[in-house]
Design a protein around this ligand. Structure first.
Ligand code: FAD
Ligand code: SF4
Length: 531
């Protein structure tokens, strides 16, 4: 597919006879475009040079977790080596080189000259920022340009927008059903959903009490001490533990496939049941840990979905597990991408609830007495990973209740997680978690008091705070902050049928209880750093 920018550039490219004789093409590969099965690689062409570059513009657009920078660069280096071993020509820019400081257009111009290319091609970027940068460069460069599909997703950028049309709320479930039908996933021969239902979410809400044991972490351990030193010497700023001598993220497709296999065998059979659970000593529970491999395109969504559907059809996993997992990839992942492309630019600055508080200091240290949050933030700092419920119902829930600035929350999420790329992170953080888009993506804000956290996990029993208390020095902060949130956003949320119950309960409370809760919440909001 030739992108629009390619067509315009092709029209621009009335080339001189001299330049027409040069046939070399420079093909850019971004750090999240590491798919060895892309059709670009089907043929070895001596007139094609692949460019992979560790760029300061990519390490600097947000403060990243050390493991994220390390894992992406390590995977890029591994990919470059594989391409070379197959006979492809590769130009690689290391972070310590002066060329790493060029912005992308300048780098492309410079490398095109050095390899004698008259044409530059790239796979469509997934981030608006890079897409816009390449698009505007293609309008002014004298080089011929072409954009091709990344061949990764199951939908185009605009499919979700087409599906929802002018609807005010984009309810994921209807998109998911359309995707099941379009791709023939978990359907009977009559085209009906397997098991007679589209969604087994109601069976996916058990708390985990230690049995069955959570699966061992079977990921390989890499020593990337030398690469880490290059990153440090280049002056790249990061945060979090680099784990440079024991990095656990897959750096190539074969490692990613092993990880997928280990998940299918050891974790998938329990994934659905404990999908929403939280456990202090089992940070990963039964989650797959494949988002880094998927988002860097070492794995493709269709092969993951196919493997999970086969596990169900072979009788290895129950339908509720397979459906619960497939919904995340066929449904949520494609859907949030559609939201992103429909709402960018601008989506990253939404703030419907007008929240403005800065992040408390402990977002960078994990040093809070709230045991549930300390666990999720501490784990994120040490491993660049937290599972969905930790992201949504612990850290995100707290941020929303405390009225933290959604843009600051977005930058934190974009930096800290190994899988964080804006197209998937921003709708999850700003839409699903912070309700900052006013309810386009989430039908109600994901907020809860301490009772929900206690029900789904085991953090409360040894917490400094007491989950059953609502006011007082040791009362669980989630409780008063929850009612403060309900009270301060009444004008916007009272009419939402999914919020009817909390507003009824708030109205039933006597005035003295209500004002004690609000006063306590105010005192918490004044000292968020000390909680
Ligand atoms: P599993 O729980 O095992 O799920 C399997 C796969 O399903 C994931 O690898 C992922 O590809 C997909 N998936 C699951 N939920 C979602 C979702 N809501 N949106 C998109 N894909 C989903 N996911 C990212 O990939 N990058 C992000 O930056 C990111 N930021 C998030 C921020 C917040 C506030 C929240 C609430 C969620 C975020 N998610 C993000 C979604 C989800 O939390 C992660 O995909 C998941 O935790 C990755 O771990 P896993 O591979 O073990 O996932
Ligand atoms: Fe979290 Fe409150 Fe439970 Fe402590 S008591 S772990 S702060 S929910």
């Amino acid at each position: 597919m030739v992108g629009l920018l390619g067509i315009s550039a092709l029209l621009l490219g009335a080339l001189s006879p001299l330049r027409r004789t040069a046939m070399t093409t420079l093909r850019l590969l971004l750090g999240d475009q590491l798919d060895p099965r892309h059709s670009w690689f089907a043929r070895i062409d001596p007139e094609v040079v692949y460019l992979l570059a560790e760029m300061r513009q990519e390490t600097g657009y947000v403060l990243h977790h050390a493991q994220k920078v390390l894992a992406i660069f390590a995977a890029m280096r591994a990919f470059a080596s594989q391409l070379r071993a197959l006979g492809h020509r590769v130009e690689y820019v290391r972070i310590g080189e002066s060329r790493a400081r060029l912005d992308l257009p300048d780098l492309l111009e410079q490398v095109a000259v050095s390899v004698g290319a008259d044409r530059v091609a790239w796979q469509l970027p997934d981030e608006w920022r890079l897409d816009a940068q390449l698009r505007s460069w293609s309008e002014c460069t004298s080089l011929r340009t072409e954009a091709v599909d990344s061949e990764h997703f199951l939908t185009s950028r605009s499919d979700a927008a087409r599906h929802f049309g002018a609807r005010k709320r984009w309810v994921m479930e209807s998109f998911y059903r359309m995707m099941r039908q379009r791709h023939g996933v978990l359907l009977t021969s009559e085209g009906e959903p397997e098991g007679g239902r589209w969604n087994f979410d109601s069976e996916n809400r058990s708390a985990w009490r230690g049995e069955p044991p959570a699966p061992e972490d079977r990921r390989p351990c890499h020593d990337h001490g030398a690469l880490w030193q290059e990153i440090v010497d280049a002056g790249v700023r990061t945060f979090g533990d680099p784990q440079q001598s024991a990095l656990r993220w897959p750096v190539d497709r074969s490692e990613a496939l092993h990880q997928l296999d280990a998940f299918l065998t050891h974790a998938l059979p329990h994934f659905g049941t404990y999908q929403d659970a939280i456990a202090v000593d089992a940070p990963r529970l039964f989650h797959a840990l494949i988002s880094f491999a998927l988002n860097t395109k070492m794995l493709r969504p269709d092969e993951v979905i196919g493997a999970v559907e086969s596990a169900y059809r072979n009788g290895d996993v129950p339908l509720a597990c397979a459906e619960g997992f497939i919904r995340q990839i066929l449904g949520w992942r494609e859907y949030v991408r559609g939201v992103y492309w429909a709402r960018m630019p601008g989506y990253t600055r939404v703030n419907a609830l007008e929240h403005r508080r800065p992040l408390p200091e402990w977002f960078w240290t994990g040093d809070t007495r709230m045991r549930c949050v300390a666990g999720a933030v501490g784990q994120s700092l040490s491993s660049a990973y937290a599972h969905h419920i930790q992201r949504l119902m612990l850290v995100g829930n707290f941020a929303l209740l405390a009225g933290l600035d959604p843009e600051a929350v977005h930058h934190w999420y974009l930096g800290i997680y190994i899988d964080a790329f804006e197209w998937v992170e921003a709708p999850n953080t700003l839409g699903m978690s912070q309700f900052a888009d006013g309810g386009l993506l989430a039908t109600k804000p994901y907020v809860s008091s301490g009772a929900y956290i206690q029900r789904m996990g085991d953090a409360c029993s040894a917490c400094h705070y007491r989950v059953r208390e609502r006011t007082g020095a040791r009362a669980c902060p989630f409780n008063a902050l929850y009612w403060h949130f309900i009270d301060r956003h009444g004008a916007r949320l009272r009419g939402n049928p999914r919020m009817a119950m909390p507003y009824r309960n708030w109205a039933r409370m006597d005035a003295a209880t209500r004002s004690a809760l609000l006063a306590h919440a105010e005192s918490l909001l004044e000292r968020l750093d000390q909680l």
